[in-house]
Design a protein around this ligand. Sequence first.
Ligand code: ADP
Length: 487
Amino acid sequence: MPQLNDPSLLRRDAYVGGQWLSAPADARFAVSDPATGKTIAEVADFDGEATERAIEAAHAALPAWRDRTAKDRANLMRAWRDLIMAHQDDLALLMTAEQGKPLAEASGEVAYGASFIEWFAEEGKRILGEVIPTHAPGKRVLVFRQAIGVVGAITPWNFPIATVTRKAAPALAAGCTAVIKPAPETPLCALALAELAHRAGIPAGVFNVVPSNRAAAVGEAMTTHPKVRKFTFTGSTAVGKLLMQQCASTVKKVSLELGGNAPFIVFDDADLDAAIEGVMLSKFRNTGQTCICANRILVQDGIYDAFAERLAERIADLNVGNGLDDGVMQGPLITGAAVDKVERLLTDATDKGARVRVGGQRHALGGTFFQPTLIEDVTAEMAMADEEIFGPVAALFRFRDEADAIQLANATEYGLAAYFYSRDLGRAFRVSEALEYGMVGVNEGLLSTENAPFGGVKQSGIGREGSHHGIEDFTEMKYVLLGGIGA
Ligand code: ADP
């Protein structure tokens, strides 16, 4: 573990009710650096009952927090955001150590994560009610929007800070309190956020973090506890479906950000340079481990060979290594299981006729490092056409015309992000409208920003994070009919 400027950002216990707590019987689990395999910290391993106590703490803190003015809450959140930015370097180091992404990317994620706190602190001031024109004289129809209550959240390892702030920031801004279970691979970033929330003066019980290696037990506590009124999850589609089912028992409001299978379409009329830049950004960010990474790169016949040639050169140039080292562009994969999956998908594709043009093997560095890879002639019959690769493998498919591209792009149960490159304005509209996705990048490979609604359709999720829409899910609508006003 690299030396932090502020070593007290490395917390090993849970943060509940404003206090640092160990787990029952001081149970702990190891967090390791994916680049070295070495243990960085032994973190408190919360179980279901301890999680219930955290939910009670959040519930106890709710009335006072909800009853503050939005401006008061925003001031505290702003202080939290400023502390995060003041410790950007340390947080980036922590992130690279537990998650593996290159330091520059980690630093970018810290700022990106902080941007949600800034954004939602302000949005909290603009949760507006309504006065609807009445249906009868002497009566008035009012609509209030109020904080929904305690929020339970479960987050993944690929964006250890941003996935937490995307949920916690709108929750807190709306007047809710939150209990977060970060992924067992990356609890340290979430705990550092808790330390900074504490220093910022966010009151006890408003923001709670319960690290755990017993996801099912904590998930059950959060999804079935009657005092949790809203549950929000980012992770795999399979787990999301299970948690949604569990939430049915107490009819919670649910938001889900699940898997993707992003098509990245390059039409013959694309600006080739821009398309190459875009695909490199979209495919290789976080070593291919994002839910909006280009999973299927669909290239039109006329430009296919030139595109493949250029892409091969760029991929061969990617520098792989420990994310803490200068100039590294691709870190390790998160676990051995992630490497096994990439290998399985490559073997399946080559067995069915695809050709590896660059890479294709485990990296000489060993561990969970994998060579940045370009595989060509991939078809819809291969497993990587349906499954998220979640690794540094660019898979090229060929298509004939626009109709063919749209049919291929939509032939999946997922609907998170899609991208296409074209200089034809009519096509830009037609294809944007035809893609069954929650987000579309037109001549852009990077979509994420706090002011836009991030989220998917089909089996990629429910709800949106970011933008002014992202706070709605943390509020409840109340209709008030006011009578006796007189004629
Ligand atoms: P990934 O493959 O990206 O790890 P998961 O959906 O397995 O995706 O994990 C995302 C988050 O969901 C993590 O915090 C993980 O601990 C949690 N999780 C996994 N399984 C369950 C479960 N059965 N109940 C609740 N949470 C779970």
